[in-house]
Ligand binder design. Structure first.
Ligand code: BDR
Ligand code: CA
Length: 314
């Protein structure tokens, strides 16, 4: 299994990604760190703890990080993921709390203790990673690889016309990460990938529900408000799973069918806030990022359903 650190603003799709990380048999989750994003920080922490319990991984330490973006006020996505970030289905609270130690310190200390060994997967705004990078600019090179659910390489956004939520929520943090990034080390899986290859069609939703395991029931029920949002607000037949497809790529890099390297910066102006500026000119600066552009959709769904069909790690 791949040794992992997971940084998450745990809403309903982060929760499914945590199931993949902890209950697919492909991940060895060493620690989870939480950040404000989809929901306020204490809610993200609660949801991460609940998700790990469902995955049979209640022993994995959870550490809290930044409770707001570096410079901007926090704007959550509770209108999409529910007030509690988990579909407002009345989930009982976790049996334990977070461990001491700030997320940025935890990222730094694991990377120092296990240089070149750990894969970091970020599923929320990049605030914690940026905070750690401000302390140690060479941090990214200490990971085996860093995968981020971040951005929209085709500038087709979800929170604005051109920006994806995680990057839009803390665009300065995303900029800090990109300034330190190298395409051999950092890969972004964006909203473009999710909306093309990770859509839970109504048939997929019924299939998930019919699996009948506790893990599948959890994955299905917590996405209730996301499914409603997709149907009623965006007019789509299914909802998509951005964080799970990013996690799947981290666990199974062979699922990637096409990727692109380029020099990428983040727009900070009001109208374009959070948009990825991908320089595809021949004369562009050296690439700083690898962007996944196409994923084996059937392979991703097989992994998702196989994980949900299991009963989780003992
Ligand atoms: C990202 O924003 C959140 O709504 C999801 O959890 C995902 O990380 C998608 O833009
Ligand atoms: Ca997320």
């Amino acid at each position: 299994p791949t040794p992992l650190l997971v940084d998450t603003d745990t809403g309903s799709d982060d929760a499914v990604a945590l199931l993949l990380a902890a209950a697919s048999g492909l991940g060895d989750v060493r620690a989870v760190t939480t950040v404000a994003g989809n929901v306020p920080l204490p809610t993200a922490t609660r949801n991460a703890l609940i998700s790990l319990e469902i995955a049979g991984a209640a022993d994995v330490p959870v550490h809290e990080g930044c409770d707001r973006p570096l410079l901007r006020p926090l704007s959550t996505a509770q209108h999409v993921h529910g007030q509690d970030g988990m579909g407002d289905i009345g989930l009982p609270g976790p049996r334990r709390g977070p461990q001491p130690g700030h997320a940025a310190d935890v990222l730094l200390s694991y990377a120092r203790r296990f240089p070149g060994e750990l894969t970091l997967v970020t599923l929320g705004p990049l605030t914690n990673l940026a905070a750690a990078l401000l302390r140690e600019p060479g941090l990214l090179g200490r990971f085996r690889h860093v995968y981020c659910m971040a951005g929209a390489a085709d500038a087709h956004g979800n929170i604005t016309a051109t920006a994806e939520f995680n990057v839009w929520a803390d665009p300065e943090a995303a900029g800090v990460v990109l300034r330190a990034a190298h395409p051999d080390t950092v890969t972004w899986v964006g909203w473009d990938v999710s909306r093309k290859y990770a859509v839970m069609t109504p048939e997929d939703q019924r299939r998930l529900e019919r699996l009948g395991t506790p893990v599948a029931a959890f994955a299905h029920r917590i996405n209730r408000t996301v499914a409603e949002w997709a149907r009623e607000v965006t007019g789509l037949a299914g909802y998509d799973l951005p964080d799970p497809i990013a996690m799947a790529v981290a666990l199974r890099p062979d699922l990637v069918l096409e990727e692109e390297r380029a020099h990428v910066t983040i727009a900070l102006g009001d109208e374009t806030r959070g948009q990825m500026i991908v320089d595809r000119r021949r004369a562009a600066r050296e690439p700083n990022l690898t962007m996944v552009r196409r994923v084996d959709e059937a392979g991703f769904k097989d992994l998702l359903f196989a994980t949900c069909a299991g009963t989780g790690r003992a």
